[in-house]
Design a protein around this ligand. Structure first.
Ligand SMILES: C[S@@+](CC[C@H](N)C(=O)[O-])C[C@H]1O[C@@H](n2cnc3c(N)ncnc32)[C@H](O)[C@@H]1O
Ligand code: SF4
Length: 276
């Protein structure tokens, strides 16, 4: 039986070309590499027979660091023909790829996250390269969510700029050590930046990027979190999407929260050359 679900993120890159304090994928810690294409293929071959997400998000780290990103898009399109593919990117590296290629994978959305206000002109140029490939875009000044600032739509292809600004750091940091907050899960979930975004991470389904990345990076499983590995437990996993659960105690409540201003240039370091 194939279960529908609103959204599935897939972690295809662990490293990132920028380092953002408080990143939900821990881009400000040492993260290396991308998921091998053959691994992604085996995960999708397994999960596409069990779930049908309305939106499949290519997530990271920075997905544009994946050398086979177009092939991953093609694989997702073939495996989930009805799903919208959403590429979430910081935009700096979009020019690594042929701008024409994206039109082959519609329905497609490219969410371009603007992490540093002072770099927005650079990112605008990256978006323009794609827009210049076609005529007839419809421009919208605001989008479906508070973060969606400006969008361009052409048929079932959409590009939009997303500005998050305030990041809640999803763990407690003591020196170099990452720890959970042991908060009340419902209180943590109430201020969560990713309250309903399950992720396929190294082949397993996790509640959110924060739980998957913190468990992987630290090697700790403080809350005995059981990632979903097959059809057993899948109904329970899907029923839990968007709800607080024990592992949310990793994150802070409102009083504990460290909130990072993302337009402060000190909080976003671009590792790519030529951009300070
Ligand atoms: C983790 S990034 C990965 C994809 C890509 N590198 C990018 O920057 O868009 C995906 C999205 O998560 C958001 N994000 C990162 N850390 C967050 C946090 N602590 N709370 C809420 N959203 C966060 C970013 O703003 C970005 O839009
Ligand atoms: S553990 Fe819960 S509160 Fe923390 S990021 Fe994930 S869903 Fe949000």
């Amino acid at each position: 039986m194939i279960r529908s679900m609103p959204r599935l993120d897939i972690m295809i890159a662990y490293s990132c070309n920028i380092s953002c304090v408080g990143c939900i994928s821990l881009s400000d810690f040492k993260r290396d590499g991308v998921a091998p294409y053959t691994d992604i293929e085996s995960w999708i071959t397994k999960w596409h027979t069990l779930i049908a997400p309305e939106v499949v998000t290519l997530f990271g780290g920075e997905p544009c660091l994946h050398p086979r990103l177009p092939a991953v898009c093609a694989l997702v399109r073939q495996s989930w023909p009805m799903s919208t593919i959403r590429l979430i990117t910081n935009g700096y590296l979009l020019d690594k790829f042929d701008s024409q290629t994206w039109f082959d994978y519609a329905p497609l959305e490219i969410q371009v996250s603007i992490h540093r206000k002072d770099h927005e002109p650079v990112i605008n140029q990256q978006i323009k390269r794609i827009l210049d490939q076609r005529r007839g875009w419809t421009v919208h000044k605001t989008g479906k969510t508070a973060h969606e600032q400006l969008s361009w739509q052409l048929g079932n292809f959409k590009i939009y700029k997303s500005i998050f600004k305030d990041f809640v750091v999803p763990f407690q940091q003591s020196g170099k050590t990452l720890l959970p907050w042991y908060s009340d899960p419902a209180e943590a979930h109430a201020i969560c930046g990713a309250p309903n975004t399950p992720i396929l991470y190294k082949g397993l389904l996790y509640k959110c990027p924060a739980v998957a990345n913190v468990m992987d990076l630290t090697g700790h499983n403080w809350f005995d979190y059981q990632a979903c590995s097959d059809e057993t437990g899948l109904d329970e996993f899907i029923a839990g999407i968007g709800r607080p659960e024990t592992a949310c105690a990793q994150c802070p409540n409102k009083t504990q929260a460290v909130i990072v201003d993302h337009f402060d240039i000190n909080n976003v370091i671009v590792k790519q050359k030529n951009i300070s």
